[in-house]
Design a protein around this ligand. Structure first.
Ligand code: NAP
Ligand code: F7E
Length: 323
């Protein structure tokens, strides 16, 4: 019989890539769909999986809807990808961020515990929990120091996942994923903001690109590679937590250089620093060590930053040319 998976956050970047991966592996895929007044299905269409899945109405803040979704989907595996995931916004909507990104995890874990505690659970944890880094290279043993309401909320989600594993003997895993991007990354995140702007400038549709702190460093990977790690965690013989990263860190400045150079332009001619995009507290640098995932899951990133940025610029060039 085909395995059944439930994905929350199915309309987001990772939700779309994970749907494609699981569908190709023969899973029946169910997704939690929060009601919105605008179209949120474009990523599932872009990856050509929208007509291959079943979407069920619900919201992470409404535990009754999560219980209903569990009854309907009867999943073997639950991937909790739903979150208010934009760090910048978390300072302006800190309570909503806590309700969705932190307490939402408990709502879902309770729904699982009360309906089918045998279902395996994946929690989307994040390198933002390392925040003000306590070690130059971060791994599963590095202490946390979140620097945003988002990071604080995710830390709660991380620990409640571990707590349900230890309290109720549930198969709960937490993936500490570093930044990962793709052609369907939200436009508010810096990589996509840059690749979209480079494409627009090349087409003469935009004149400049306003950015905040371009000296920040991130360990960027490709979302398509990272969703495979999520799946592998739930196939492992015991529930554990894993850092997923590339092991390379790059400044926002150098990421801009890669995007603009690909289109034969110099980013310095277009980038304008705008204090509006600075954050109340910054995560200056992140660099992950994915050795445990390599050793126990045989997982490795396949895409480097240059390939990733080129892939994103190519997709944005096509999009902009069709507008
Ligand atoms: P994303 O594109 O922002 O997607 C977030 C998803 O959560 C969307 O499907 C959104 O639905 C859904 N959502 C938000 N509020 C909800 C609510 N109240 N009820 C139900 N669904 C809700 O995020 P992503 O980049 O795919 O990331 C996936 C997960 O991994 C997130 O939890 C994120 O925090 C975490 N993470 C991401 C990264 C990264 O670099 N991408 C790294 C580490 C961890 P709508 O489309 O309807 O808004
Ligand atoms: O910022 C700097 C900004 O918003 C990256 C989320 O998926 O990954 C993501 O969080 C860096 C920061 O991602 C702009 O200050 C400069 O230092 O692309 P971002 P993020 O905050 O790292 C983690 C792992 C998650 O878990 C999150 O959900 O870029 N930066 N200028 C800018 N950032 C943005 N967005 N816009 C700018 O204009």
């Amino acid at each position: 019989m085909a395995k059944r998976a439930l994905i929350t956050g199915i309309t987001g970047q990772d939700g779309a890539y994970l749907t494609k991966l699981l569908y190709e592996k023969g899973y029946e895929v169910y997704g939690l769909l929060a009601r919105r007044s605008t179209d949120t299905l474009w990523r599932l269409r872009f990856l050509d999986v929208l007509d291959k899945i079943e979407l069920i109405d619900g919201d992470m803040t409404d535990v009754s809807s999560l219980v209903r979704v569990m009854h309907k989907a009867k999943p073997d595996e639950v991937y909790n990808l739903a979150a208010q995931s934009f760090v910048y916004t978390s300072w302006y909507q800190p309570i909503l961020t806590g309700q969705v990104t932190a307490l939402g995890v408990t709502n879902l874990l309770e729904a699982i515990r009360q309906t089918n505690k045998e279902a395996r659970f994946y929690q989307a944890s994040t390198s933002e929990m390392f925040g003000l880094i306590q070690e130059t290279v971060q791994d599963e043993n590095t202490s946390f120091y979140p620097r945003s309401p988002y990071g604080v909320a995710k830390l709660y989600g991380h620990w409640i996942t571990i707590n349900y594993r230890e309290s109720f003997d549930m198969f709960c895993c937490s993936g500490l994923l570093f930044n990962h991007e793709s052609p369907v990354r939200g436009i508010e995140f810096v990589t996509r903001k840059v690749t979209d702007a480079a494409a627009r400038i090349k087409h003469g549709k935009q004149k400049e690109l306003r950015l905040g702190n371009i000296d920040a460093k991130r360990d960027w990977g490709f979302a398509g590679d990272y969703v495979e790690a999520m799946w592998l965690m739930l196939q492992h013989d015991k529930p554990e937590d894993f850092v997923i990263a590339t092991g390379t860190t790059t400044t926002v400045r150098d990421m801009c250089r890669i995007a603009f150079e690909y289109l034969d332009m110099n980013y310095e001619d277009y980038v304008v620093i705008d204090k509006k995009f600075y954050r109340p507290a910054e995560v200056d640098e992140l660099l992950g060590n994915p050795a445990k995932a390599k050793k126990l899951l045989n997982w490795e990133p396949k895409t480097d930053l240059q390939q990733l940025i080129h892939m994103m610029v190519d997709a944005d060039m096509v999009r902009v040319s069709k507008e």
